[in-house]
Write a protein that binds this ligand. Structure first.
Ligand SMILES: C[S@@+](CC[C@H](N)C(=O)[O-])C[C@H]1O[C@@H](n2cnc3c(N)ncnc32)[C@H](O)[C@@H]1O
Length: 261
């Protein structure tokens, strides 16, 4: 476990520029005291432009609250949460290269954030529930997306989860019936029916894109994992609460149960 402490070192623009270069390819195009981490990013000012679309949907004051940022990458959202006063922010990612970037970005911002190398499938090992969980841009990178949502619900969500997934296909919602007879086949030709596209090869040159849901599927998966959708501030972003009436219905990989018992 590593913690980013405020650094005594004065980071000049030249020193920041050099350290950014040493830390490899950046996916988060952040502004570190006027120096851009990924000035040629294919999405431009990402994730800041996305953040502006839903920042008002999250409490502006996070004092006395804890935050877990799953798949934190270079820590853009962890940093925004800490700036809102969160007592404790933990960012996890399974890629140490991104975590090093995150530690540096937090250091330059003089923010105390804990970054840990951990897969979403191992969130049980944290042994702790968080007031706010951020799960942005990770679902479609997973071979087992519903398992990840089940684990997150069971092990780390105390109250609020901010979820985002790339979506493709229909963007209309579909009210499914409680059940369908075995003979019903036509329903599966409806583009709006909950559906996730399986990417066997690559999408957008990225071999780690596995399952891309349409809108009704993304929403159905959230409900199925025990989340109540309370906000939809942006096309791909959902604000959810742990549904108190949820009764666990599926098998949940028991990561952490032994470790924490
Ligand atoms: C598209 S980026 C999204 C980054 C950030 N959350 C955002 O919304 O800008 C996906 C991130 O998820 C991380 N990731 C992918 N699979 C993961 C896993 N199984 N456990 C933890 N992190 C994972 C990647 O390393 C990467 O940093």
């Amino acid at each position: 476990m590593m913690t980013c402490e405020s650094s005594e070192k004065t980071w000049t623009p030249t020193a920041i520029q050099e350290r950014i270069r040493q830390l490899g390819q950046w996916f988060h195009n952040m502004d570190l005291r006027g120096v851009r981490t990924a000035p040629n990013h294919f999405l431009g000012d990402y994730p800041a432009f996305k953040w502006r679309n839903f920042e008002n949907a999250i409490p502006s004051d996070l004092h006395e609250r804890s935050v877990l940022d799953i798949g934190c990458n270079a820590g853009f959202y962890s940093i925004e949460m800490k700036k809102r006063g969160a007592d404790r922010v933990v960012g996890i990612d399974f890629d140490e290269v991104y975590l090093e970037q995150a530690r540096f970005a937090a250091e330059v911002n003089e923010l105390d954030i804990e970054f840990r190398e951990l897969s979403v499938y191992d969130v049980g090992a944290l042994g702790e529930k968080f007031d706010v969980v951020i799960f942005m841009g990770v679902l479609y990178h997973l071979r087992h997306p519903l398992l990840a949502l089940d684990l997150i619900r069971e092990h780390v969500v105390k109250d609020l989860i901010v979820f985002q997934s790339m979506q493709r296909g229909s963007d209309r919602i579909f009210e499914t019936a409680a059940d369908y007879p075995f003979e019903e086949k036509e329903i599966f030709n409806d583009q709006d029916f909950p559906c996730a596209y399986f990417i066997e090869k690559k999408y957008s040159k990225d071999p780690t894109n596995w399952w891309i849901p349409n809108r009704s599927c993304a929403e159905a998966m959230l409900r199925s994992a025990g989340f109540k959708i309370v906000g939809h501030p942006e096309d791909e972003v959902y604000i959810c609460k742990a549904d108190p009436e949820y009764r666990e219905s599926g098998a949940v990989y028991p990561a952490g149960r032994e470790m924490n018992s």
